[in-house]
Design a protein around this ligand. Structure first.
Ligand code: AMP
Ligand code: GLY
Length: 418
């Protein structure tokens, strides 16, 4: 099978790594990719937001499956364009990707499907904002309605900060604060059958101890030793299947990856958000544990034949990933700095720990930083303690001037303190 992956993050590197290990994959292409992906896939230049251009590239390459990684091309309808060209595509239509593209739309679908989520108001004027903030009280949760790469959400006890963020957005969703640990649960679906993956936990805040601003995600681990064994089945029954059924009922079936961001509150599971694609960095740890070859699973989702698939097989290993980010991330990052130590990780830590590239590019013989999240070091082990140890050993070999990473990824879970 010839596969083309669209995107350039560590998530796409993780997808390409798994696809490259799948014997059914005869050729692997990625556009635009990054320095690390270039080692496992042939790279191509394309404007990932231009559906016609992506479809033309897929046709030229004879691709038999296209996997669209990030949300922006999905919301722009790139999967639609690929399917119109007659090529199976893993990823929802532009209409269905609104589950991620508009928080207000997602709330509407959840209300219709009776999916448990935070109570919320959609506001467009300062008066509506004041009323909503007053109704829920502190801590305040204010979300930009549109796509914001994980950075459009402000959770704060400070009323003035909440108002300032709300009034800087055109349309905001203001909602009830949910406490309790967060879980990311992904499901692969063809619009009808829903196949949950293993749960993971992401670390959204920039700094240790969950301090600092929200980011795209600074690290993740799986499995969750503290979660109830019935969690996945419960979320399938109360969240994932009803949402997929409601999307089909609306005439906009959702096929691809449905990502439920959940809070496990004292009153039960609540949806914090939906995403329409694999999460980053959770994908790095989920795929590290998936034993079933990936291409066949993604193709079955694209072709509507998931019901015929054998159950997924999982490794008992634990996996941890630690994101190394540029100086100043999640603000405007510094780029162009050389990254060294990558060869040492490959020589000393493989196969248990490896580097997945995000914002990197080649500059002659060197690899230099080219984005906010630069790379994601992923490791597996018999348990979270060992996976953590291996991940941080490898992180310690990587040198990037001014870079930052969290030192407490999976620490609480590994010591039984979640
Ligand atoms: P989102 O982009 O909706 O996932 O929000 C980003 C992060 O903000 C989440 O991962 C949570 O940590 C936090 N957050 C969002 N909504 C809520 C909420 N209703 N209550 C508490 N925290 C929230
Ligand atoms: N890890 C959060 C996200 O992918 O949105």
């Amino acid at each position: 099978m010839k596969v083309l992956v669209i995107g350039s993050g560590a998530r796409e590197h993780a997808l390409c790594r798994s696809l490259s290990l799948d014997p059914a994959v005869t050729a692997l292409h990625c556009a635009p990719g990054n320095a690390g992906i270039g080692e496992v896939a042939e790279l191509h230049q394309v404007d990932a937001l231009d559906g016609k251009a992506v479809a033309a590239l897929a046709t030229d390459l004879g691709a038999e499956l296209v996997v669209v990684g990030p949300e922006a091309p999905l919301v722009a309808g790139v999967a639609d364009a690929v399917r119109e060209a007659g090529i199976p595509c893993f990823g929802p239509s532009g209409e269905a990707a609104r589950l991620e593209g508009s928080k207000a739309f997602a709330k509407d679908v959840m209300a219709e499907a009776e999916v448990p989520t935070a109570r919320s108001y959609v506001c467009t004027t300062p008066a509506e904002v004041d009323e909503a903030l007053d109704a829920f009280g502190a801590p305040y949760v204010v979300k930009d309605d549109g796509l914001a790469a994980g950075k459009g959400v402000v959770v704060t006890g400070d009323l003035e900060q909440a108002k300032a963020h709300a009034n800087a957005c055109e349309r905001v969703v203001i909602e009830e604060y949910l406490d309790g640990p967060e879980v990311s649960l992904f499901a692969i679906t063809d619009g009808e059958t829903v196949l949950p993956l293993q749960p993971a936990q992401d670390f959204k805040r920039a700094l240790d101890g969950d301090e600092g601003p929200n980011t795209g995600g600074m690290g993740a681990y799986s499995p969750l030793p503290w979660a109830e064994p019935k969690l996945v089945d419960e979320v399938l029954r109360t969240v994932l299947q009803p949402t997929v059924d409601e999307m089909r009922r609306r005439g906009t079936p959702f096929s691809g990856l449905l990502y439920a961001g959940l809070a496990i509150t004292s009153r039960g599971v609540r949806v914090i958000e939906f995403n329409a694609r694999f999460g980053d960095p959770e994908t790095q740890v989920v795929l590290a544990r998936l034993k079933t070859p990936l291409a066949g699973v993604l193709l079955a989702a694209a072709n509507g034949t998931l019901a015929d698939l054998e159950p997924l097989r999982w490794s008992d290993d634990a996996a941890v990933t630690v994101v190394v980010a540029s100086h100043n991330y999640p603000g405007t990052p510094r780029t162009g700095d050389p990254i060294t130590g990558l060869d040492e990780v490959a020589a000393e830590d493989a196969p248990y720990a490896y580097v997945l590239h995000a914002g990197t590019k080649r500059d002659g013989d060197a690899v230099v930083s080219a984005g906010g999240r630069v790379l994601s070091v992923t490791a597996t082990g018999a348990d979270l303690v060992q996976a953590r140890e291996r991940a941080y050993t490898a992180v310690g070999r990587i040198r990037l001037d001014g870079s930052q990473y969290r030192t407490d990824i999976a620490a609480k879970a590994a010591s039984g303190a979640v």
